[in-house]
Ligand binder design. Structure first.
Ligand SMILES: C[S@@+](CC[C@H](N)C(=O)[O-])C[C@H]1O[C@@H](n2cnc3c(N)ncnc32)[C@H](O)[C@@H]1O
Length: 245
């Protein structure tokens, strides 16, 4: 199935060709604070609340990065009887997640997984699947199809991603601000690694609107697709359900 919206990989990023997250892993948390002025912490807290409000026993946090979502989730729910997997494609990001999640080692498993092809995860095996700030740097249709495959019927998908401010003038001003600040801050924080912020900028600019992403999810076969804009729409949290059997 194809869509007449933005390309399926908004940032045209492929981890096989450029291990940018491996290179910036040790500075990733600092970069997140710098690029979002710390606001990503509120977005991720909201994602964790949304996950905690769902009934589930098995959760995968895909593209977990340094484990931020799981770290915010653990204090607000009882881990008893639950299986949590923090997965990412980058061994260096996973190494940091492992260190940060060390005290929860009995509860959280770490796993190297490509969100576009999770062949080691069985069909219909996961109650909840979360993805934060990764859909714009992946082939999102492949990622969403994989989500649909691994989720149990009735299972929940929760996605945090860049979105669109509905007031056009404000959105353009935001993109302008990002196109000036990101290169400057990114260059300083990464010691001159241009690709790190180039992907993110392109991904933010070319990612579909919240409405268009919701339509894509529905066309792929998800039900109960809904979204919540945060920070005027700079990001949105989409939630969707795999249809019950
Ligand atoms: C912008 S970071 C987001 C990390 C974390 N979810 C957060 O919100 O802080 C993107 C992450 O996606 C991972 N990633 C990129 N492509 C991936 C893929 N195909 N499968 C799994 N992880 C991927 C990167 O290694 C990186 O850790």
């Amino acid at each position: 199935m194809s869509f007449n919206t933005s390309p399926s990989n908004a940032a045209e990023y492929a981890w096989e060709k450029d291990d940018v997250f491996g290179r910036i892993a040790s500075r990733y948390d600092l970069l997140c604070d710098m690029f979002s002025c710390g606001i990503h912490r509120l977005w991720k807290r909201r994602v964790a609340q949304r996950i905690a409000s769902e009934p589930w026993n098995t959760l995968i946090d895909g593209a977990t990065g340094t484990g931020d979502i799981i770290l915010r989730l653990l204090p607000i729910l009882s881990a008893q009887g639950r299986t949590m997997i923090a997965a990412d494609i980058s061994p260096k990001m996973l190494a940091i997640a492992e260190r940060r999640l060390d005290r929860f080692a009995e509860t959280v498993k770490l796993c190297q997984l490509d969100a576009e092809n999770m062949s080691s995860i069985a069909d219909n095996s996961v109650d909840a699947y979360s993805l934060s700030l990764v859909l714009k740097i992946c082939d999102r249709q492949r990622v969403l199809r994989e989500a649909l495959r691994i989720l149990k019927p009735g299972g929940r998908l929760i996605v945090l991603e860049a979105s669109n401010i509905r007031i056009g003038l404000l959105h353009r001003a935001y993109l302008r601000y990002m196109s000036i600040c990101m290169p400057a801050l990114g260059w300083l924080a990464t010691g001159g690694d241009a690709s790190a912020y180039r992907y993110l900028l392109q991904g933010i600019r070319d990612f579909p609107t919240a409405e268009a992403l919701a339509t894509e999810m529905t066309q792929l076969g998800f039900t109960e697709v809904a979204f919540e804009r945060l920070s005027l729409g700079i990001v949105a949290i989409h939630s969707a359900r795999k249809p019950a059997a």
